[in-house]
Design a binder for this molecule. Sequence first.
Ligand code: PMP
Length: 365
Amino acid sequence: TTPSWVQALDKYVASKPIEDVAADLGLKAEEIIMLVANENPNGMSSKVKEAVATAALNLNRYPDADAYHLQKAIAEKYGVPQDWVVIGSGSSELLGLAAETVLSEGTTAIYPQYSFSLYPMVARLCGAETIEIPSTGDFNADLDAMADAVDERTRLIFLTNPNNPTGTYLAEKDILAFLDKIPPTVMVLFDEAYVEFLEPALRCDSMEIVRLHPNVMVARTFSKAYGLAGARVGYGIAQPGLLSMLNRVRHPFNVNDLSQIAALAALQDQEFVEKTLEVNRKGIKFLSEAFDALGLPYMGLHANFITVKVGPHADDIVQYLLKKGIIVRRMKSYDLPEWIRVSVGTPEQNERFLEVLKEALAKFE
Ligand code: PMP
């Protein structure tokens, strides 16, 4: 019999510590393969461990209110003035702050159909109405329809590149043409949480976009390519006019000392990022070729996950994987009940996932 917690899968996995999930499955915590949250499967940089362990910490003192050193290092890396940078407790906090800065009752926020679930959540928390714009046939944001939807109530637009959960990306010329149509009274949150995974030739010049558009904030994170999801550090880059408004709703000391130190060390360890990108490239190739061989359609390959159509038995397949300790994401909440999203793991994790997926496909076909 299927335990009731497996029935209520998403809620269960999201609300329980991994040790408890493992215990329920009769497994050890280290046997669980987490391919559900697009985290970095390579652990974290050893330089981060060292920096945190040897830091001259005084946790009796408040941290630097603006994360000065991290802010400075990010500004230098991207060639922007320091007051163009804001540090957040994960880029999630920055999405929330963007919403708080510009939204209230009577205003609206626009976002594409297949996009990060936090967008409508933070907008509604501010009392705003949310407008979801149907995506194009290839699961990408429909930029023309999004621009057409803007009216006098619109205050915020969410745009993601590359996008979660579709793995698609937007071409620079399309982004620029879109931004030219957006009035300066509308803030555009340009979410680049997965940008490091995008092939350099396909990337847009985000800093130039910020220079050209005082209403755009680029949001990035240390949670993915930098391997620091647990530290909760993200950053925003925008012109000071916009950031001074956003800083009014940001709590001072929003990023703790340990996380500031960890992120600074992670930023300086580009070797770790390069290794991560290499592991990811190989994983994307391995999984997409395997899906091709199995005849399973999938969405874009431009991030660190693949959303793949496993068919009408997707729930059974997800449960089967879970019972073997492999956790992936269902796409039910996106009205894609036949699809699952799998984060790219280590080569061993990808192989194990594929082996169990094949078992499940054979069992439920
Ligand atoms: N944006 C997108 C598109 C995401 O997928 C995520 C995390 N899943 C985030 C932002 C938030 O990441 P974090 O808060 O860890 O920086």
